[in-house]
Design a protein around this ligand. Structure first.
Ligand code: ADP
Length: 530
């Protein structure tokens, strides 16, 4: 697909240079456009900012009729329309806020062979809910004017992704309703599982999948132990924002709205210019915060995941996760908002076991919530491997550690591993759990860690099983490792006020797998730093 001797190749290059003013194409752009123009169904997987839109915008100009673009957010559509209009390209959109006049105009363009409309943007709701629109689309198809269907953020079809939208499921009927109209799905979500699911849902199994590398060489990845005392954590944030990141722009992600609301005044009291951004704020206020941040009037936004799609400030120099994200996918997207301009930027996660519990009680009701969360935990607790490699593995890619070039905390200063006698840890944790169970006590993660460290209620302590002198941080990582590896399991209980996660023996422990033999490698990987 990388050839340029297709019938359209000359014209394509011409439009690329004169209309889009793009001197050279990036990897995967030409193959995708050639596939689209050949009438082949395809999915393009490329990190955000990679240049996916061009892959349907340019072919739209080379085709008769109209390219229909499904996009989940009105703000994303508006951005693209602005860009297209500036280039003199005829494009329109339909959304819930469109006036009657606009709607009528679009409907007439769709079926009028004389109309010059090239790209039509719609929200998935429009397709799912407007019978009139579907009827006109069918007419457009019968008239041979439906040239391509582009589905932006196509991972929204899949529950395995990080952004499931029920209306995207409706897109499953498009292949049957509009045979012969090639489909192009675009996403920055790269796991094979999501891609396969999307292919199934859209009924385009076996379509061409073009996948760009997810390596972001200019991003420096780091995980820091999060101080248990909030004040110390604030001090570290303060030091970062007033020190290394002074005068630079960034994002601080928190887990909850409450966290964001609490963090802002504390940082402001230290003369750091920040503003909150979350779903409970009015749209107008949110948009004002966004604008002021883009204009560098705030150094950072303190945000929940509501600060997401459509954020494309090029010079974000840091993304700090004050609390872990809910999955590797989320983490990659959130941290990926740093360094869009290609210059170095830092992605720092503050990790501590207590946040695992907080996140897991929020995500465990989702079908794959815990599995996704544990994927990110293994990134946080494995301080003896290149962070970039762990991310690569998650996206089914292989980047040599040489590719990191010292751009993660591990590769910059590799930690020495002491040859500790670690074989007993897993068994000891299980011994404590067994004793607690025999006394009808339920242990939360924190209590288990306390007992493991020789603290907590005396009656539950087991002399041989306590690890006095072990740093708390390490004990936490050991328990987290046992959890994500299946020796321990979280058991959730509802109270009228909250959900509690208790720790119980996991499937491996129940199957009698001896932790001593299996966890040695794993435990060694944990923070047993000298
Ligand atoms: P994505 O949808 O993958 O997040 P966009 O399509 O919004 O990315 O493109 C990001 C930016 O890159 C846009 O400003 C676009 O004009 C620019 N761009 C796309 N392709 C190229 C290219 N080949 N060379 C230079 N800039 C490009």
């Amino acid at each position: 697909w990388d050839k340029n001797d297709f019938p359209w190749s000359k014209e394509l290059e011409n439009i690329q240079k004169t209309v889009f003013k793009i001197p050279s194409l990036r990897a995967h752009q030409l193959p995708t456009m050639n596939a689209v123009l050949s009438g082949i169904d395809s999915i393009l997987v490329m990190p955000t900012g990679g240049g996916k839109s061009l892959c349907f915008q340019l072919p739209a100009l080379l085709s008769e009729g109209i390219t229909l673009v499904v996009s989940p957010l009105v703000s994303l559509m508006e951005d693209q329309l602005m860009g297209l209009k500036a280039r003199g390209i005829e494009a329109k959109m339909l959304c819930a806020a469109s006036t009657k006049q606009e709607v009528n105009g679009v409907h007439s363009d769709m079926t009028n062979p004389k109309s010059g409309l090239k790209l039509l943007y719609v929200t998935p709701e429009k397709l799912a809910k407007s019978k009139r629109f579907m009827a006109t689309l069918q007419k457009m198809h019968q008239l041979g004017r439906f040239s391509h269907l582009a589905i932006d953020e196509v991972h929204c079809c899949s529950q395995w992704g990080h952004d499931f939208r029920p209306d995207y499921k409706f897109l499953g009927i498009m292949r049957k309703m509009f045979p012969g109209t090639p489909i192009l799905g675009l996403t920055a979500t790269a796991t094979s599982r999501v891609i396969q699911d999307v292919q199934k849902i859209l009924d385009i199994k076996g379509c061409l999948v073009l996948k760009a590398s997810f390596n972001r060489p200019n991003l420096f990845y780091e995980v820091r132990p999060k101080p248990s005392v909030q004040e110390e954590c604030i001090t570290q944030l303060h030091q970062l924002l007033e020190g290394e990141f002074k005068g630079q722009s960034g994002i601080i992600y928190t887990m909850t709205i409450k966290d964001a609301e609490e963090l802002v005044p504390v940082l402001r009291s230290r003369q750091i210019s920040v503003a909150p951004y979350h779903a409970q704020m009015e749209a107008q206020v949110r948009s004002k915060v966004h604008k002021k941040w883009v204009a560098n009037e705030y150094q950072a936004v303190v945000a929940t995941i509501a600060f997401g799609m459509g954020i494309d400030k090029p010079d974000v120099r840091f993304v700090i996760h004050h609390c872990i994200s809910k999955s590797m996918e989320n983490f990659y997207q959130e941290s990926g908002r740093a360094g869009r301009d290609g210059k170095p930027a830092k992605c720092i996660v503050f990790w501590r076991f207590a946040d695992l519990n907080r996140q897991s009680t929020m995500v465990f009701t989702e079908q794959t919530g815990l599995e996704n969360l544990y994927g990110l935990i293994s990134y946080c607790i494995d301080s003896h491997r290149c962070r970039r490699n762990i991310i690569a593995e998650h996206f089914d890619e292989r980047w040599e550690s040489a590719d990191c070039r010292g751009m993660c905390d591990h590769c910059r200063t590799p930690r020495e591993t002491k040859n500790l006698d670690t074989t007993k840890y897993g068994e000891n944790v299980l011994l404590i759990l067994t004793k607690a169970a025999s006394m009808n006590e339920r242990l939360t993660g924190q209590k288990l860690i306390d007992l493991f460290l020789g603290k907590g209620p005396t009656k539950l302590r087991i002399k041989e099983a306590t690890q006095q002198g072990l740093p708390r941080e390490r004990a936490e990582n050991i328990v987290a490792f046992l959890l994500i590896d299946g020796f321990l399991k979280e058991d959730f209980h509802f109270t009228p006020y909250n959900t509690i996660s208790y720790i119980v023996p996991g499937p491996k422990a129940e199957a009698g797998v001896p932790p001593s033999s299996l966890i040695v490698g794993g435990i060694k990987k944990l923070s047993n730093t000298s």
